[in-house]
Design a protein around this ligand. Structure first.
Ligand code: ZN
Ligand code: MN
Length: 476
């Protein structure tokens, strides 16, 4: 039997405007509870909202980056539901006329590009937060209430948790490139809900869609999808169906748990927001925003391949985030070989970032220092192997390569006089290897070079050692 997984996503992303969507309160994360609030975002009687033009602009920017059609006329609507963190008893959102219609995000699926279609992107306000205290009580913080969001809704075009992860990565990278959202999942500025079900391709039977909510990391999202994929397949195997419900991921139990049965759109009693006028969006303004869009990840990748003559794979990795791409370009400005810069960045630098759980912006290593470091290797002052240790130190401390090399006495020995004793000693102690080499076993030479490297604590210049050993063998 063959099963096909069907996944659609809804992503909420907080916009980086300074003030909230309908008032002038700050959007800054955190702060003492209920200090970033005013009568408007607290929904006090008589307070009237006014739309923040930047929010509309950022929404349009996102729509343009994802190839959506921007509405020339749109409006805000009320979505009514009761929840303690929703202070007004309704959320001002968009219902039937979203700001951006359609569009797509292109992902790489097993080296084949695949278009994930978007249904819509709309703008809306964020809710407050419930804080559940240990004694069982709940407190409410409305600092987040009225922070602007875009909601991106996809078509159910993803067919594996891996594809969904690819999509999320691409979406996040683009939103950060165009500087409309910082997408910090740990601060809740990017949140993702998942709709998932499975079809039995032989019988055409499909399970009812399950909604997964409140996934706070891509890792959790992937695990939850993998869990649901298995659960739905098992249901099909047993001839059963899933229940229409919302589930959440339990990090500790490694399973999804039922939260509640799912509401229908009708339950929200949407109607046009009477306190806000309709919005007219002129084409001139849309074009102005389009012209200001920065280079997008895909275009940057193509440019890197051409301009720096690096492999497509490298260009893809280096353009994953704007920050990493900038780091690479800054490094190359110091006239180092782009492929060498790419190798060190993709290897040691990214590994360090992953191990230390840091961001590129937090690196103590500067592009200038990295360029100097690469030059040290090019000039033969340190070996590639010693380089691995030096760059680790540079990443840990932010010190320039030269200082580390001097402090630790790591300068490569390229002086024949200094190396002569070690080379002769190694040759004297390994007569068999010399016989082997003379009998055509080239590997024996590698072994001898290795012994010299070991005795010199990795500091000997291997090319020179190679040459010296051959000279001595031919003289004997
Ligand atoms: Zn306010
Ligand atoms: Mn929403």
């Amino acid at each position: 039997m063959t099963y096909k997984t069907i996944i659609g996503l809804e992503i909420h992303s907080e916009l980086m405007t300074k003030s909230k969507i309908f008032c002038s309160c700050t959007t800054e994360f955190g702060g003492e509870a209920n200090t970033h609030c005013c009568p408007v975002c607290l929904g006090l009687p008589g307070a009237l909202p006014v739309i923040n033009k930047k929010v509309v602009e950022y929404g349009i920017k996102a729509g343009l980056a994802f190839n959506s059609k921007i509405a020339n006329e749109t409006k805000m609507d009320r979505k009514n539901y009761f929840y303690p963190d929703l202070v007004k008893g309704y959320q001002i959102s968009q219902y039937d006329i979203p700001l951006c219609d359609g569009g797509y995000v292109e992902i790489e699926n097993e080296n084949e590009p695949k278009k994930i279609r978007l249904r819509r992107i709309h703008i809306e306000e964020d809710t407050g937060k419930s804080i559940h205290s240990e004694d069982g009580g709940s407190l409410l913080d409305y600092n987040r209430s009225g922070v602007p969001l875009i909601e991106v809704v996809t078509e159910p075009d993803m067919n594996s948790p891996e594809e969904a992860r690819e999509f999320l990565e691409k979406l996040k990278a683009t939103l950060r490139y165009i500087e409309v959202s910082d997408c910090k999942m740990e601060e809740g500025s990017l949140r993702c809900d998942i709709n998932i079900n499975v079809v039995d391709e032989d019988t055409g039977k499909r399970t009812t869609i399950t909604e997964l909510k409140n996934l706070n990391s891509f890792k959790a999202a992937v695990k939850a999808m993998e869990y649901e994929e298995k659960r739905h397949i098992n249901l099909l195997k047993q001839g059963k169906d899933a229940v229409r419900e919302t589930r959440r991921w339990d990090e500790l139990k490694n399973e999804t748990i039922v939260m509640r049965s799912k509401e229908d759109a009708a339950d929200y009693r949407y109607f046009p927001e009477p306190d806000l006028v309709k919005m007219k969006i002129e084409d001139d303004w849309i074009e102005e925003i389009r012209n200001k869009l920065p280079e997008l990840p895909h275009d940057k990748k193509e440019r890197f391949i051409k301009q720096y003559d690096i492999p497509e794979y490298d260009a893809g990795v280096l353009t994953q985030t704007k920050e990493l791409a900038n780091f690479f370009e800054e490094t190359v400005k110091y006239e180092v070989d782009p492929k060498k810069a790419s190798n060190w960045i993709m290897g040691d630098v990214l590994r360090w970032i992953k191990d230390e759980d840091k961001e590129v912006e937090e690196l103590k290593l500067t592009p200038k220092n990295l360029a100097e470091f690469i030059s040290l290797i090019d000039e033969g002052k340190i070996s590639n192997n010693i380089g691995k240790k030096v760059i680790k130190d540079m990443l840990d401390t932010g010190k320039p390569a030269n200082d580390i090399v001097k402090e630790k006495g790591l300068v490569q020995i390229s002086d024949e006089g200094e190396l002569k004793n070690i080379v002769e000693k190694v040759i004297d102690e390994n007569e068999q290897s010399i016989i082997d080499y003379r009998n055509g076993k080239d590997r024996a030479l590698g072994f001898l070079v290795g012994q010299v490297m070991k005795m010199s604590k990795g500091k000997a210049n291997p090319q020179l050692v190679n040459k010296m050993i051959l000279e001595i063998i031919s003289e004997r």
